[in-house]
Design a binder for this molecule. Structure first.
Ligand code: ZN
Length: 103
């Protein structure tokens, strides 16, 4: 399974602010996320990720993306576990909409 690198602004618990994160995916699964500012890396076990994909991603984020994004943003761990590859891959327009939620 080949790794795929993506970048996204996420809340870093260590920095206590939104920073650019490098997200490493293996297929659809998020393997690790690294804060570009403090280099804090969070690694994820595939088995756990699958559970969260079913419970959090597909059930919550996909069905009610924008309201739930806000909640996930305040809970970095939930963001990391449930971060949807589909959302990361969305065009700039999507991210602008997400950012509107935090103004
Ligand atoms: Zn950080």
């Amino acid at each position: 399974m080949s790794a795929e690198i993506m970048s996204a602004e996420l809340h870093c618990a260590h920095c206590d602010q939104e920073t650019l994160h490098t997200l490493v995916y293996a297929g659809r699964l998020l393997v690790s996320s690294t804060c570009e500012t403090c280099q804090t890396q969070v690694r994820h076990e595939p088995a756990d990720l699958r559970i969260h994909y079913v419970r959090d991603l597909e059930h919550r984020i996909v069905t009610k993306p924008f309201r739930l994004w806000r909640r996930f943003w305040k809970s970095p761990r939930a963001v990391f576990w449930g971060f949807p590859k589909q959302a990361v891959g969305q065009p700039r327009k999507f991210w602008n909409e997400v950012k509107e939620l935090f103004k």
